[in-house]
Structure formats: C-alpha cells, structure tokens
Design a protein around this ligand. Structure first.
Ligand SMILES: Cc1ncc(COP(=O)(O)O)c(C=O)c1O
Length: 380
C-alpha cells in the first residue's frame, strides 16, 4: 500500500465484533482473562489498548517501521528514547533542538550522570569530532526550530554507526509524509504527534518508531514501567488526524511555498528562511532527503520587538500562539516564546534575533493568508 492508503487503512481493519469500519474508542481499563494465567488479546490499558495499537501500527507503517509506540506527549516520547541512558553515557545532539528537549537533557538527564555535547547539525564532520567511546546516542532534529537548518541524515547515520552508537531523529517538523529518517539510516524516530500527525490542535501526544527489535523492547518496557501512555480518546483523535495527513501536508506545503515567495519579495522583510526557496543554504539537501519542504516559514524584520508587536497585533487570520502543525496558521515570536528561556547572548549565538518571526502555515485559503500578512506588514 502507498502512503495515503496506509494513512487510512494501516492497523485499522473493521472491528471484528461489530463490523464498524472505524476503530472504536476502547474506553476501558481492563480486559477479561480467558482462563487462569491466560489473558485475552489485552489485559490492562497501560500495557496495551486496541485503539492505541491501531495508532501505533498506522504510525509505524507510515514511517516504514516494524514497531510503533505512543505516549501521552512528545516529551514523554523523547524521555522514552533517553530511558536507556545510564550514568557515564554520552549523547551528541544538534545544537538547535526543541527547548523542552534541551531542558530534559540538561535538567533531568545531566544531573543523573549523562553528558551531552551540542554540535552544528549542518556539518556532519562536527558529529565525528564530538563522538567519544561513551557516546551511546546521537540526537538530531531536521529541519531545526526556528531557523530550519538541515542535518544530512545519511552522512550522520554513517558516522554514528561507525562509533557503535544509535541515531535518533525528531521528525515532528516534517511528518512522515515529507521525511522518513529510518529509510536513511536512523535507528529510531520520535514525533510530537501533537503537531502534524494529529493536525487539528486538539490533542497532545508522542510516538517512537523503530525497526530495531532490542530498542523496541527497551522502549516498550519503559512505556509500561513509567506509564506515560495516551488515553484511547487521544489515540482515536490522532488516528482520525492521520487519515488526512497526506492531503493536509500537500496543502500546508503549497501555502508555505507561496507565502515564502511573497515574503522574500517584500521590502519590509530582511530575510526569509524556508527550505523550499533556492536561497536556503541547504535547498539541495532538502530536495534530496525530503519529499517536500514542510510548512514552517521564518522571516526577519529589522525593527526589533516593537515592530514585531505592531505586526502581530495587526494580524487577523494568523493567530499569535506557540506550537505548530495544526490546520490554522500561527505566528510565533521565538525570542519571547519558544526560546524565551535562552539568555540574550545564547539567542544571539543561535541567530534568533528580536525581529525573527516563525510562521506555522495552515491550510486556509492562501489568498487570505497573504492578504493578512500584507496588511500587517503595511501597518508595522
Ligand atoms: C520538534 C519538537 N519536538 C518535541 C516537542 C514536544 O512535544 P509535546 O509538546 O507534544 O510534548 C515539540 C513541541 O513543540 C517540538 O516542536
């Protein structure tokens, strides 16, 4: 089956007891045993639930993985991948990662004796230079938030494996529709399913997919042991979101490309960053390793926070909010929102100026989105 068909059918056979074509919400804690020491297919919903299994199988299939596991949030999924780190272990990570991931690394795992090195993800050689004998995991986010730098997944996978470590990729920004890192050498892929996978800004969730039997067993053990599992309703919402992932992503991307081209020509915009623009320094790599360029567009104004304030106040269709990946378009100010915990110096080093704005482009009529940006830019 091809992607769009899998998104609608994988893991979702008609319900055997009723014939329902939609996987039901199995809102139950426990399941009957057939005999002493002989559970039926499921026992207890922390360990497994049929609605969750359908979502896990569908996600695995879309990422071309054999195994999928879902969690109550993207952060719980990151934590599950990290769970096999022991004191003395070392992790090499791209320097531009989601702030919550950085907080988990630095404030939860570092105090437990795990060490981290952060490298420029655009330079595969930087990973090779940072590897140590104790490096167990390499963590990448590509494209990265909010400046959309890419990691060459194949090159970094090769370096990781030469050193006997595992490569984990946060694939949230691309969704499995635009990028499947397992097919390029990653060992494990993580998603905040809160974003494109669910797609409607109404559910928090996370997922881990892999082809590695041992890694699957380790993460599955942790999923049950720590218990950060999604409820059946949340799984059902994500499953429903997945059915339209392909059509949504195509529209997200078409709108993002048009907006990036509009912003690039606008006299008030200093710089527009989008992997689909030939001006993006890694446009060729994006063409090679992705099936599309995604729907996050970042641009810079020269006037700092005051100008940004005037712009976001003038926006009527774009909503001024954090997060991404929903059908509605959002504008976010990384310096005071997603990256507010960084010091001014750290932000400057990361290239996140006060005039940087990140758009999560939705699937509304693109003419309304461009008109909205035009009138807001005029008034800022
Ligand atoms: C790239 C990325 N990874 C992980 C997360 C964490 O996911 P969640 O908010 O579902 O816990 C986010 C959230 O914004 C994210 O953008």
């Amino acid at each position: 089956m091809r992607f769009s068909t899998k998104a609608i059918r994988a893991g979702q056979s008609p319900d055997p007891s009723t014939g329902s074509i939609i996987v039901p919400v199995y809102q139950t804690v426990n399941f009957i045993f057939d005999d002493v020491a002989r559970p039926h297919a499921f026992e207890y919903s922390r360990s497994g639930n049929p609605t969750r299994t359908a979502l896990e199988q569908c996600l695995a299939s879309l990422e071309e993985a054999r195994f999928g596991l879902t969690f109550s949030s993207g952060m719980a999924a990151v934590d599950a991948v990290l769970s096999f780190m022991r004191p003395g272990d070392h992790v090499v990570s791209t320097e531009h990662i989601y702030g919550g991931t950085l907080r988990l690394f630095e404030q939860v795992y570092r105090p437990r004796g795990v060490s981290f090195a952060y490298v420029d993800g655009t330079r595969p050689q930087a990973f090779a230079e940072a590897m140590r004998r104790s490096t167990k995991l390499v963590w990448i986010e590509t494209p990265a938030n909010p400046l959309l730098q890419l990691v060459d997944v194949r090159a970094v996978a090769q370096i990781t494996h030469q050193h006997g470590a595992r490569l984990a990729a946060d694939n949230t920004f691309s969704s499995p529709y635009f990028q499947r890192p397992l097919t390029q050498g990653a060992d494990v892929v993580m998603h905040s399913t809160t974003k494109y996978v669910s797609g409607h800004s109404d559910v928090i969730g996370g997922a881990v997919v892999t082809n590695d039997d041992r890694l699957y067993e380790e993460v599955k053990f942790y999923q049950n042991a720590a218990g950060a599992v999604p409820g059946p309703w949340d799984c059902w919402l994500s499953l429903r979101g997945l059915k339209t992932l392909a059509v949504r992503m195509r529209q997200h991307e078409a709108n993002a490309q048009a907006i990036a081209e509009f912003l690039q020509k606008h006299p008030k915009v200093q710089e527009t960053i989008y992997p689909g623009l030939p001006s993006h320094p890694q446009h060729e790599l994006a063409r090679m390793q992705m099936d599309g360029f995604g729907a996050i567009v970042t641009f810079r104004l020269g006037g700092g926070v005051e100008q940004v304030r005037r712009l976001v106040k003038a926006l009527k269709v774009f909503l001024f909010a954090e997060s991404l990946g929903g059908v509605e378009s959002l504008a976010c100010h990384p310096a005071t929102m997603s990256h507010a915990t960084l010091t001014a110096e750290e932000r400057q080093k990361a290239g996140i100026t006060d005039g940087t704005i990140r758009l999560s482009v939705g699937i509304e009529d693109v003419a309304d989105l461009i008109e909205d940006l035009e009138q807001a830019l005029q008034s800022c």
